[in-house]
Write a protein that binds this ligand. Sequence first.
Ligand code: MTE
Ligand code: HPA
Ligand code: MOS
Length: 756
Amino acid sequence: MKNIDSYTHTRGESVYLDDIPLLAGTLFACCFDSPVANGIIENLDLSEAEQSEGVVKILTHQDITGENQIGGIIPDEPLFAEHHVHFCGMPIALVIAESDHLAKKAVKKIKATIKALPAITDPREAFARGELTLPPRSFVLGNTASAWKDCTHIFEGRADTNGQEHLYIETQGAYAIPAENGALRIYSSTQGPTAVQRTVSRVTGLPMHKVEIDVTRLGGGFGGKEDQANTWAALCALATHHLKRPVKYSLHRMEDMRMTGKRNPYSSDFKIGLDKDLKIIAYEATFYQNSGAAADLSPAILERTLFHCNNTYFIPNVKATAISCKTNLPPNTAFRGFGGPQGMFVIEASIVHAAEQLGIAPAVIQQKNLMQTGDEFPYGQKVVSEANECWEKAMHLYQNESLLNDIDVFNKSNTWSKKGLAMMPICFGISFTNTLMNQARALVHIYTDGSVAISTGAIEMGQGVNTKIAQVAAQIFSIPIGQVKLNTTNTYRIANTSPSAASATADLNGKATQIACNTLLDRLKNVAAELLHTVADEIELKEESIYIKWQKTDLTWKQLVLSAYNKRISLSEHAHYATPEIHFDKTKEKGHPFAYHVFGTAITTVTLDCLRGTYEVDAVRIVHDAGSSMNELIDRGQIEGGLVQGIGWMTLEEIVYDKDGKLRSNALSTYKVPDIYAVPKEISIDFLHTEKNNLAIFRSKAVGEPPLMYGIGTYFAIRDAIRQFNPKSNPAFDAPFTPEKVLLALYPDRAAELKN
Ligand code: MTE
Ligand code: HPA
Ligand code: MOS
């Protein structure tokens, strides 16, 4: 079953924001954004820009008709700077002009006098100055303070991870159109249509029912459009609200990179204690999160770091503290894994550090501590674990012993080239950690010709959710997938949506669709029973025919649908789903926040050029717990894409802000994303097929985010190869492991000399 979008994608016919035909009279917007990371606006001179060709209006905070506030979790983020700028890229004014080109030209004529103040870019420095977005939070299990005395080995260290650009192929943007009675219709490239609707309503002062958001699909979101699509929609909406003309803003790549937040960088301290059998007895970690200049989603991301601080290992005594530190960078935001990868990197670094000090393979510690069903997470939930199953299957399927042997032979016979290997087991909780967000609705119409149209809150961003939802309806009604159409995601059809995020979109919206379809099915079965003089329990629908007790009748799907209509039976249903069983008490930091967990294990092998510090990923071999996958082709795509995105984060992608808070890696020429050469030469994926009763749609476990964390294995495989060359090398745990850093790690003595 192919992705239902594959035909139009291949032909270039799929509709994205920039493909929407423009209405006559459409105007174009462009931001004047702060060139200073922290400062006071002393003067703003718009006069020359206002006289510039084609300029219709320039908006500032003074033109806001509602509230100058777009903060989602905490109201700490103005849409337009008023007197104070908090990051380079913060919107100060918006030029509206007759063309995109003229808007950009006019922006250059705006003159601002901004008194620069010292900028903070480092989370530990922000912490030292007391610049926090919220008070710190801690998850505690057992008692680490008393557990240290039971440990034979105790190790401490530090681990850092940098941010990551989302680099969705489609940049951020919105197109606002005036409607009757002051209402607005907005096309937005967003993962969260309701978040956009709420923000537009807040900024313009319009009630939410006058703000329609419509989304066909995104050219990628990866978390970057969960909250940060709001800004551009709010800007366009405000302009349309004033001018009563359509206004479009589609960001240039460099504007997007400069003005939007990224994955949160983290700097963390760890302390790990093991007993003589290498069981991890105690673990302490302190996470300093770089939130950027406003909270955005960082508090929720911080929480997921705590939820995933032990990755897939059972540790009886844990104390994890997370601190969201406010800096003068663009507000950082959701990115595939949502803080989980940042937490998991630190426990992996702790284990690798311990193993190196003990002179053993990290895999020995990893394997001994994998979670068993019934073990408890630091947040109180008991695990239903597939960790050992994935690990064992990976070891046997990919013949780990002989892989290690081959590497050993290679390393003994090569001086300037070394291979390394790392195991990366993962565990990821599925559900929004904010329990209330785990709800969704679906609207299903059956038309009188038997065709079906579905609306949900799900956003198609390339992950294949529309295909999975279409499969749900096609399977329940037993009709061909071509009979089912997914409508655009629209806040007038489906209200109060949660963003398409947390890998839970197919589960939540698929379940709502399932409920709606089953209700319609029951109604149709009653009609069929009446027509065929039997009882509804005897009726089955199969391949567009109606069966009585597996006996085919002459009644077809189309006839049945039409008969129901003729009998004045409703062929439409709106259904609601809320994940049962989940709960979490923030005052105690305990509960059962996740519907279930996804597991997997990756074996990564790399080859390192020890003269140049460059490396190639030879193979990533994965066993992934997909439950009973609904669509293995789509799931494979998600695993491959997530993996490569994770490898990029861990190796090549290096965000650089200078000390003044200016983004230096501000284009694709200075920011290196994985290309075809960075993709592992071999990616093997095997599914651990399970059919446990869980809360996933058709028992097919969510797949969107977890595979990104397989990429962490590449970091440690490179480290292993470095130590094969130079066993004394002990580089800092500081991702990404760019070739420059690898080269210095290969020759630490020379690196130290160079530093002096
Ligand atoms: N895959 C593609 N092709 N494009 C995307 O933007 N986003 C990822 C993941 N896979 C993304 C993707 C992220 S961050 C999430 S949370 C999930 O998809 C969201 O979709 P799902 O809930 O349907 O898995
Ligand atoms: N995951 C992803 N996005 C989110 C979450 C989450 O747990 N909570 C709020 N937005
Ligand atoms: Mo994904 S980071 O939850 O959008």
